[in-house]
Design a protein around this ligand. Sequence first.
Ligand code: TRP
Ligand code: ZN
Length: 881
Amino acid sequence: MRTDTGQIFRLEDYRPSDYLIPTTSLDFRLSPDRTRVIAELAIERRKGVAGDAPLVLDGDGLALKRLEIDGRAAAANAYEATPERLTISKPPKATRFRLTIETELGPATNLALMGLYRSNNVYCTQCEAEGFRRITYFLDRPDILSVYTVRIEADAKEAPLLLSNGNPRETGKLEGGRHYAVWHDPFPKPSYLFALVAGDLGRIGDTFVTASGRSVELGIYVEHGKEARATYAMDALKRSMRWDEEKFGREYDLEVFNIVAVSDFNMGAMENKGLNIFNDKYVLADSDTATDADFANIEAIIAHEYFHNWTGNRITCRDWFQLCLKEGLTVYRDHEFSADQRSRAVKRIAEVRTLKSHQFPEDQGPLAHPVRPRRYREINNFYTATVYEKGAEVVRMIHTILGAEIFRKGMDLYFERHDGEAATVEDFLKVFEDVSGSDLSQFALWYHQAGTPNLAITTSHDAKNSEFLVEIEQSVPPTPAESRKRLMHIPLAFALVGKNGGDIAYTGVEGATVENGVIHLRKRRHNIRFSGVPGRPVLSLNRGFSAPVTLSVEQRPEDQYFLARHDSDTFSRWQAFNTLLTDALVAAFRRIRGGKEPEFASDIGDLAGVFAADSTLEPAYRALALTLPGEADIAREIGANIDPDAIFTARELLARSIADTNVGRFGELYASLRNEGAFSPDAASAGRRALRNVLLDYLSLKPGDVTLAEGQFADATNMTDRATALAILAHRQPGSEPAKAALASFERRYASDPLVMDKWFQIQASVPGAATVEAVKALTRHPAFSMNNPNRVRSLIGTFSSANQTAFHRPDGAGYDFFVEAVLKADGDNPQLAARLATALRSWRSLEPGRQGKAREALLAIANAKDLSTDLRDIVERTLA
Ligand code: TRP
Ligand code: ZN
């Protein structure tokens, strides 16, 4: 039975705990069904707290087996233990005392994947955010920092490997084929960073010598036989460690750093101190099984978790409202890392695409919340694109506003001032105020206020006075629980672009602070006057996406074309072209809805040809330029009365028109980009494959024209080329012989490789059109599918519901019916997984009335189901509100 109390947690209710736990020692006796955990907690009453303050420890589904206070069995009336709480109403008078708590767990039946569970017979833990309380009673909150010593005992055959946080202390044999290991982590940490792994795994090892000359032993643990697939992750780890030293002056601090890959995992990975645990999807890669996108994700996530060692672990969060303090900052750091390792412009475009496709819709729908929320019912539901991606953009804006040097000074001060502490967003902002002497209180609204600000912009040129006038008005749309918004400080990077594409100088500016190519908007309205501008310039705005805002610009299309062709800033060129494509798609959608044939300006096709052929641009960049906005992106731009079928048609027709204009050129280019030599996952090689595969997509658009794709599928020597060709075959001619043959051959080849089968599920779940509902339903019965493995569920059901607009939003509601069933089924075992799946309906209000009604019924069906988890109930009720 579930007990959702409906309790809401509020930021303003924060208060420090009455008790502290300076040291924690844990003794695990592992067995699949009956694991014993003996926790020895040193408890300390906080100064100034009354001697009779009760001690209340958190639990979640726990069974207490034994409780001792200072080594003596606690009297039955001295405490109360429920699965959710251990209350000691009259703790000892002394300021310090010792608790011994014994609990019993069944890791083998823990399918929620929180706390201690088993994945492929490996014991592992996931404690963030509130999983530690499923292991033992504790003050399970991030401001309780404790020094942990962990002893693990297990069957030596079943679990030859015994890992926990910190440094290894001791190992030994025991009777009955059992053995043990002791780990000690000298760094005080919150319980959410605790981790344990025990099992039989393969290992690859390496060493890293830190800047100050200390040697760190690195280990990556994977399923036996898959060791070779972990070498890229190891390489990424070493590059991350070096980069953090060079760019942020941060050195690693323990004798060992271990990473373990597990197959059942709710998210990407977890930054447990010295023992990162990863979804194996973000560790394992080789040319035969992983795409270039997989390699890039592995690099980014390995870096992300490693960077948490300083931003998250050494300095952690005071409470979960401060989640962005570690996540936004760490995402910013991993973005910068990838930009340095790869191509900055390409990386930035990819980031902006994800921000717009994931965070913007969140910010514009019922689940909108500030980067630092003020209330939550279930913290698991706040690991969102807003906290992570918009949180990273906010840090990037601080960098933009203060400049690289002062930003670095602020970060140095942050590390110096707060090392070993549980900090807040205010602490973070304060270091930047202190090093810069500036007042960031208006800027701080980026943390406190939800919603994507909009800038309405008009320009005019006064030839007589050689002046260029820019009028900018900001507005922040209302979001749930915040109807009135305050004016924000928006750093808007820009340039006045002259005839040759270069930035032109001006002699003076009035109406706003303009520094280093950035306009600082602080008021509702700015009338900005640039003087000394004799010819009419073209305004290049929000360069590098300096602020996460939407723009409503009254701009002539020829200006966009001009920027797309000539802007000296490559990011802006992409942005201009992307705007043109989006506008064309929205216009086409409107015509289709109005019963007319869409028309596309031939300039668009020509421009696509220019991007494709421009060999001064990196192939990866050209590939991104040629990638049309996704169906969901187009829907977001349209905003209301969405008909996914019309969007699909609009996109399809634009793609064909671009292909028609460029067949010859695309064909030649495709042929010239053939792979040569051995596979390498580096960014340049991946970029060439990306361009070639985008071209293949265009070249396969004509009905019946899949011979190129068939050829590529047959000849592919790497997963990127193979999976792209397969997707084209499956999507272009669903159910055709070539499609069926390719799917079957892929299935035969990879049947025993679950991560590769995920691609097979994804490709089929994203086949456009009504029939995919039945196809996906049938695939839930495929032997490689499992409702209990999050990667499988996300590949099949997640892809179907969040990346297949035409099938999921089938007008008869069949897609929703299937979805409701799947979400409720997932919720029985894994609430986090179910809640995340359920967010696929968050934009239901922007659908056309027919689908909107059916989507609402689906949400109500979930809301009215029995025994919902808090996680799922929270999402569904906020979505409906
Ligand atoms: N802190 C992790 C990260 O961003 C993510 C995380 C939070 C997580 N909660 C989780 C991972 C639950 C798995 C399960 O790197
Ligand atoms: Zn993180």
